[in-house]
Design a protein around this ligand. Structure first.
Ligand code: SF4
Length: 325
């Protein structure tokens, strides 16, 4: 049985950056301002961001989350989530006369534009991503006849293209950087003329959070990642922490999910959070650690972030008309 550690033998490292990215911040503020401006209910197609606490908070203010546009009454206002939608969804909303506000993260929109451009040049596009993820469905919908999904290096051998000399790749924004590079290396081996996207598709926030957790994982007996189970970037943080040498790593939605047994014999605990996680949930985890005799956390900062995105143009216009800017 491990001996009980003294307080002096315990430490908490807090990864920075962590938590909200610019795209999530914009999407959440979009729903809040839409509720202020138009009044409840405001419909939101899919979870605005993949965090159950954020969704529950917005629900309590009058947002109604729906899976598809069929569930939105005629004439209502609907917000599209940060993960983006396919052109077919925009078209359906227009046909049904819905008022739409598009909270798609501009970094996802960039990937959609890349997909359209490669498709216009008649390239086959290999999209590296997770089947069924909303972002992948939205991006694939930009060029359904040109896009093939590949989830891992193992899929590369079987993907079919029309002309191996005219193949480009794109990716979901929230993947593991290392795993994606392994997939791209396998693609390039099979298609030596593979065309790269003009800039990284894995977004700055995903990359920064992975680098930050890597920095502290090897010296951690335990890494706690705050984030929901359907949050791709949060789930990746657990994987990255383990690959980087953490003794153990677990994802929790909030402090109530911490199993005290995880802390047995643990000297160094590191804490981080996914890009859709409000900071108060991280503070709740630190509070539980304090209750188990851990000292105040020491921040380990590997990058500074200052990016802010403007709100969706259609919302800004209505806010201005209402004298609310
Ligand atoms: Fe945008 Fe990246 Fe945040 Fe997704 S994780 S909303 S792509 S900044």
């Amino acid at each position: 049985m491990p001996r009980t550690l003294t307080e002096a033998e315990k430490q908490v490292l807090l990864a920075a950056p962590r938590g909200y990215c610019a795209g999530v911040d914009r999407a959440v503020i979009t729903v809040e301002k839409a509720l202020d401006l138009y009044g409840a209910p405001v419909y939101v197609r899919k979870q605005i961001v993949h965090n159950k606490h954020v969704v529950a908070t917005l629900e309590s203010r009058g947002a109604i989350f729906v899976e598809e546009l069929d569930d939105v009454p005629a004439g209502a206002t609907v917000v599209f989530s940060a993960h983006g939608v396919s052109p077919a969804v925009h078209a359906e909303a227009a046909t049904r006369g819905l008022k739409t506000i598009d909270a798609t993260c501009p970094l996802v929109t960039k990937v959609h534009q890349e997909a359209r451009r490669f498709a216009a040049e008649d390239y086959d596009i290999i999209l590296v991503g997770h089947a069924g993820h909303e972002e992948v469905e939205g991006t694939a919908g930009e060029a359904p006849d040109h896009i093939k999904l590949v989830e891992s290096p193992a899929d590369v051998a079987t993907v079919e293209v029309r002309d191996p000399a005219r193949v480009a790749w794109l990716s979901q924004t929230t993947l593991s950087v290392d795993e994606t590079m392994a997939t791209v290396a396998a693609l390039r081996e099979r298609f030596p003329l593979l065309l790269d996207p003009p800039s990284d598709d894995i977004c700055y926030a995903t990359q920064n959070r992975q680098l930050a957790v890597k920095e502290i994982a090897a010296s951690s007996d335990l890494v706690i990642v705050v984030g929901s189970g359907n949050s791709s970037n949060s789930v990746r943080l657990v994987e990255v922490a383990l690959e980087a040498g953490a003794g153990a790593a677990y994802r929790v939605d909030d402090a109530t999910e911490i199993d005290p047994a995880w802390l047995t014999g643990v000297s160094t605990v590191s804490v981080t959070s996914g890009a859709s996680v409000p900071e108060e949930l991280v503070q709740g985890v630190l509070g539980v650690l304090a209750g188990h005799g851990y000292p105040d956390a020491r921040a380990v900062t590997t990058a500074e972030e200052s990016l802010i995105f403007a709100l969706p143009v259609e919302l800004r216009k209505d806010l201005k008309a209402a004298g609310l800017t």
